[in-house]
Design a protein around this ligand. Structure first.
Ligand code: NAD
Ligand code: UFG
Length: 335
């Protein structure tokens, strides 16, 4: 049985579908602090199966032990965490407590129940401002905000756990920019309040929730001066977790892998692609650069192909079409 922490969230809910399709039995553990049960209800409809769910906080040993008592868990996909960069700057202790302390408790309970396989959600943010692109896994690591530091620290913690006990099998997945939604249009990203990330902001502008998109800077050294990122369809990303679980038993050491497409698109290219896919106009205004942003970030995806047999299959137009289907069918998200 696979324990999916944070499985009610954006990437977790899509991964539940991929796990089901690959024949894995799983249970979701989530405290619903940034999600709702509605996402899991909709996943149940898609897979036509009831989902095992334990409501709890990863920081609570009792809550975690309850899940391990109820089910025979042999591996964990660990999505649970807070992810808002700006909030992490305002409230660093909240992020260190939730993300780092939560992971420590999870690892302790895993040890207690002799469960030693874990796939962890890291982020391309651990590369800081890369000296060159595309980004390879052995590039230097750094970070510019508390959220990023939680990812970097957890990566180090996992490497120490392996050094102390080489029975542990650990996969660290560094996601680039997840976008898109399941093609049913019934599940997707449902940010709280005004979105910080580009794709949900574009989608909400297209549906009429915002007057215009602020493009943060047009004077970067990129194709058109706007920031370039590696957008990856969430369904492809979900499949990366399945491949990781399929390979994890044969691992030696800690495997750290980029999950990206290898293609970089600028903000203005994203606006144009979304307009084409949705048939809607996305008004925008050039605004100052956002503090902490970098010019360009995209993956070298070769290692993922080599070690996980995984590569992204979905192109930009499909990412935009699927985001639009979710957004236009659910203008208020899961509410
Ligand atoms: P999300 O907020 O939609 O999902 C996270 C889930 O974890 C939510 O359902 C939330 O309720 C749950 N959770 C948070 N703290 C918890 C706790 N203490 N106990 C139990 N459950 C808890 O986010 P997402 O986009 O699906 O991201 C999943 C993971 O991937 C996160 O760790 C995030 O940092 C990482 N990540 C996300 C992105 C991105 O752009 N979406 C990029 C890189 C990495
Ligand atoms: N952007 C705008 N206007 C907006 C929002 C974003 O112009 O309203 C621009 C940004 O300046 C950047 C690009 O769109 O050039 C993408 O921005 P996002 O906020 O969508 O994504 P980031 O690459 O800045 O950061 C995201 C997550 C981080 C994660 C990182 C790497 O928010 O948590 O990807 O995975 F660490």
């Amino acid at each position: 049985m696979v324990l999916v922490t944070g499985g009610a969230g954006y990437i977790g809910s899509h991964t539940c579908i991929a796990l089901h399709q690959a024949g894995f039995d799983f249970l979701v553990f989530d405290n619903l602090c940034n999600s709702s049960l509605e996402s899991l209800k909709r996943v149940e409809k898609i897979i036509n199966k009831k989902i095992k769910f334990v409501e709890g906080d990863i920081r609570s040993k009792e809550n975690m032990q309850k899940a391990f008592e109820m089910y025979e868990i042999d591996s964990v996909i660990h999505f649970a965490g807070l992810k808002a960069v700006g909030e992490s700057v305002e409230l660093p202790l909240k992020y260190y407590d939730n993300n780092i302390n939560g992971t420590l408790v999870l690892l302790e309970v895993m040890q207690e129940y002799n469960c030693k396989k874990i796939v962890f959600s890291s982020s391309a943010t651990v590369y800081g401002d890369p000296h060159t692109t595309p980004i390879k896994e052995d590039f230097p690591l750094s970070c510019t905000n508390p959220y990023g530091r939680t990812k970097l620290f957890i990566e180090e913690i996992l490497r120490d756990v392996y050094r102390a006990d080489s029975d542990f099998k650990i996969v660290i997945l560094r996601y680039f920019n997840p976008v898109g939604a399941h093609q049913s249009g019934t599940i997707g990203e449902d940010p709280n309040g005004k979105p910080n990330n580009l794709m949900p902001f574009i989608a909400q502008t297209a549906v009429g929730k915002h007057e215009f998109l602020s493009v943060f800077g047009d004077d970067y050294d990129t194709i058109d001066g706007t920031g370039v990122r590696d957008y990856i369809h969430v369904v492809d990303l979900a499949q990366g977790h399945v491949n990781s679980l399929q390979k994890i038993s044969s691992l030696d050491g800690v495997l750290t892998v980029n999950l990206g497409t290898g293609n970089g698109y600028s903000v203005l290219e994203m606006v144009a692609a979304f307009e084409k896919a949705s048939g809607k106009k996305v008004a925008y205004k050039i605004a100052p650069r956002r503090e902490g942003d970098i010019a360009a970030c995209f993956a070298d995806p070769a290692y993922a192909k080599e070690v996980l047999g995984w590569s992204a299959t979905k192109e930009l137009n499909e990412m935009c079409e699927d985001s639009w289907r979710w957004q236009s069918n659910n203008p208020n998200g899961y509410n």
